[in-house]
Design a protein around this ligand. Structure first.
Ligand code: MG
Length: 290
């Protein structure tokens, strides 16, 4: 199933997207739960409860789609340098403060987080901050946790995956480099476009799907998640070893080669650009830069 969050006449809604992507059937939920997007539904399923009844379908074109988790329950977990070719391009850019010479391919997953308030939905502007002149895009397959847990083993991890969405891990490269860590430069307001909806794991195999990113219709990133250095089970095993995971937790799995900083000279985002991330089995997420 595909779960979309939206606003219609100013009111929040969350519903099931039809197979032809033309309609949405709203779930009958109280407003406080609709404000949370798909979170309440994921929590219900984790408790073994049935989903709420569906109301009459409306045209998807008649609603404004928002991020499926407009304010995730806590920081978004993200993985750095998780594709071989991207790890090499990042090391070669001179902006990587996380590795010494010869250590461009990590031995263990590198985690950082983005604050929940950085999330915006499809079509929302990525705002160019006055304090950075090096804004970059990162297309990422993103895992949504269904059943929580701690000490989850890799062999059991896929049973904890509710499904997937798309995140553009927008980054201020100058802040990422200067402050010797990644949280600040990746958490600016509007730096986490998410959407267009959540797709359940029975409809999309995130372990082997295509990830692409276009800037103004120019293909910049084009890879398969089969090229991940640390696969989804390993990422969940590592993260949950010491941190209890909860239903609705968000894990962005890293970006492939082709980010702006990989070009010489770098090709950062500029006013008026449009970034579109496509992932096979999920859909596309497009955001203008303003
Ligand atoms: Mg990233």
């Amino acid at each position: 199933m595909k779960i979309v969050a939206y606003r219609q006449n100013g009111q929040p809604g969350v519903g099931l997207v039809s197979a032809d992507l033309l309609q949405v059937q709203p779930f009958d939920l109280p407003q406080a739960q609709r404000e949370q997007g798909a979170l309440a539904l994921i929590e219900m399923q984790a408790r073994g409860e049935a989903l709420p009844p569906l109301l009459a379908a409306v045209a998807l074109s008649g609603v404004q789609i928002t991020a499926p988790l407009p304010r995730p329950r806590r920081n978004i977990f993200c993985v750095g340098k998780n594709y071989f070719a991207h790890a090499k391009e990042f090391a070669g850019s001179g902006f990587d403060s996380s590795a010494r010479a010869g250590e461009d391919i990590p031995d263990c997953p590198i985690y950082f987080t983005k604050v929940p308030e950085s999330v915006v939905g499809p079509g929302a502007a990525i705002e160019m901050p006055a304090v950075s002149s090096a804004i970059d895009y990162e297309a990422e397959l993103t895992v949504i946790i269904g059943r929580g847990g701690k000490g989850i083993l890799a062999k059991d991890a896929m049973a904890h995956v509710w499904g997937y969405t798309i995140i553009n891990d927008v980054t201020a490269r100058d802040w990422q480099s200067r402050h010797k860590q990644w949280h600040l430069g990746k958490s600016f307001d509007t730096f986490c476009p998410m959407g267009p909806w959540l797709v359940s794991a029975d409809e999309c195999d995130g372990t082997r799907t295509g990830v692409r990113c276009y800037v103004n219709n120019e293909l910049r990133q084009n890879a398969s998640t089969t090229d991940l250095i640390f696969d989804i089970p390993k990422l969940i095993e590592t993260l949950s070893a010491g941190i209890t995971l909860y239903p609705g937790d968000v894990i962005a799995t890293g970006t492939p080669v082709g980010v702006g900083i990989g070009f010489k000279p770098p090709r950062y985002l500029k006013f008026g650009d449009v970034v579109r991330v496509e992932i096979d089995g999920i859909g596309s997420l497009e955001n203008p830069v303003r």
